[in-house]
Design a protein around this ligand. Structure first.
Ligand code: HEC
Length: 133
């Protein structure tokens, strides 16, 4: 368990480092790894929202950029379950939504940030219902 976790953490670190570049291999990252990086209490999304709440824009911008990178990464992740065409559509949407969050953070626009985040967090279930194992 501990070893598995270590390996996952290392994979995640590698993922985060390669996301923004074109270094991700052709197969792309696993959807699961992208989800782990973005979601949860310690994910980029929560950290980014927390930083905005604290009016720490520099930190928020850093995490928002990482979210956008994850958005790009998910479009390269192989479809784990369900219809491939739907996966393409929904991952593209996920990518656009993380980009919108990032754009608002870079502009230090709290209102736009809140709206973008709401759209983003409202889209989780549709994709999970269709593609989560
Ligand atoms: C475009 C599709 C898509 C969207 C949108 C999406 N997810 Fe996921 N998510 C997945 C898939 C697919 C899995 C299952 C990956 C697997 O197990 O192979 C998953 C798994 C997860 C997991 C479990 C990760 C683990 O440790 O196994 C969490 C947590 C999660 N998603 C959170 C979220 C949250 C929060 C959102 C919305 C902000 C979201 N997801 C939006 C596709 C998506």
């Amino acid at each position: 368990m501990a070893r598995w976790f270590g390996a996952a953490a290392a994979a995640l670190a590698a993922l985060v480092m390669t996301l923004s570049g074109s270094m991700a291999d052709e197969k792309g990252p696993a959807a699961k790894d992208v989800m782990k990086a973005v979601a949860g209490k310690t994910g980029f999304c929560a950290k980014c929202a927390g930083a905005v709440k604290a009016a720490n824009w520099a930190e928020a911008q850093d995490y928002a950029k990482k979210m956008a990178d994850c958005g790009v990464a998910l479009t390269k992740a192989p479809c784990p379950k369900g219809d491939a065409k739907s996966w393409e559509t929904l991952t593209k949407r996920f990518c656009e939504q993380t980009a919108a969050v990032n754009k608002a953070a870079q502009a230090k626009d709290g209102e736009a940030f809140g709206a973008a985040l709401k759209t983003f967090t409202g889209s989780c279930k549709t994709c999970h219902d269709a593609h989560k194992k």
